[in-house]
Design a binder for this molecule. Structure first.
Ligand SMILES: C[S@@+](CC[C@H](N)C(=O)[O-])C[C@H]1O[C@@H](n2cnc3c(N)ncnc32)[C@H](O)[C@@H]1O
Length: 261
């Protein structure tokens, strides 16, 4: 069963993948923000590294409680991304990390995030994956990617949100919008990645009822062997984006609804 502690371990491992892009995007954000909001902050792994007087909100009260213990510094509040409990124009930086793919209407949440951002200040979407573009090698592991996508869809996730980030921001009314993809790198250190166990715990839970225990063991062993013999490639394109809130958002952009298929 997933617990706040397990999620915290998983978020800690995932934050390592995006550390460089977070540093790069934050360095571009000048002057250093005085008031920052992290939406869907989880257990606060990324939140506690953000600049200024930092607030984190998340819908899960248990994770907010854990965040106050394991990720000290920011102020944490249990709240919905669709109803952010702050006045308009009140933050110098609003950001999120692995959030939008979990929302039923990411565009509405983006509009709410922009509402609480001060004019002239930055919105940063640090990381949104696109499992549809996933590369798995050796090829017997390709099946795993498809199965995981199906399981994510069943949980209400949009596994192809990454490729939609640019479209979502195009109608947001933000200025200086930039979107990109995080790269990959594999070395000759033929060992299991630190997140191997936590990722498989998640996969086993995601794929229960889809794969038999024997099939799950088969794929886990295949992947373990591939990491250890230095053949494993696993690449999930993970998109990032940022933009600035203009002094005045044109009303068409404010109300614009892009239908993202
Ligand atoms: C994949 S986790 C990422 C957590 C954290 N940002 C991180 O990367 O460590 C997605 C988070 O979004 C939160 N979330 C989902 N829907 C939400 C909503 N409507 N409002 C606020 N948070 C939400 C979940 O509770 C979860 O903590």
């Amino acid at each position: 069963m997933d617990t706040p502690d397990r999620r915290h371990s998983r978020y800690t491992a995932q934050a390592v993948w995006t550390q460089q892009i977070r540093e790069y995007l934050l360095a571009e954000c000048q002057p250093v923000p005085e008031r920052t909001l992290d939406v869907g902050c989880g257990t606060g792994v990324v939140t506690m590294e953000l600049p200024g007087n930092v607030f984190g909100i998340d819908i899960l009260l248990d994770d907010i409680r854990l965040a106050t213990k394991v990720s000290p510094g920011p102020s944490y509040i249990s709240a919905d991304a669709f109803r952010i409990p702050f006045p308009s124009d009140s933050f110098d930086l609003v950001c999120c990390h692995f959030l939008l793919l979990w929302l039923h209407n990411p565009q509405t949440a983006l509009q709410e995030m922009i509402r609480v951002l001060k004019p002239g200040k930055s919105l940063i979407l640090f990381a949104e994956p696109d499992y549809g573009g996933r590369i798995d090698y050796p090829s017997p592991l390709e099946a795993l990617g498809g199965l995981q996508q199906d399981a994510l869809r069943k949980q209400g996730c949009d596994p192809e949100l990454g490729r939609k980030l640019r479209s979502l921001l195009s109608v947001s009314g933000l200025n200086s919008v930039k979107t990109g993809v995080i790269g990959g790198e594999w070395t000759t250190d033929f060992s299991l990645p630190a997140e191997f166990t936590s990722e498989w715990e998640t996969l086993i839970s995601d794929l229960s009822g889809i794969l038999s225990p024997d099939e799950t063991t088969f794929y886990a062993e295949l992947e373990r062997k591939a990491w250890l013999d230095g053949t494993r490639i696993l690449y999930v394109p993970t998109f990032f984006a940022r933009g600035k809130k203009p002094e005045h958002i044109p009303s068409a952009a404010n109300n614009g609804q892009l239908i993202v298929p």
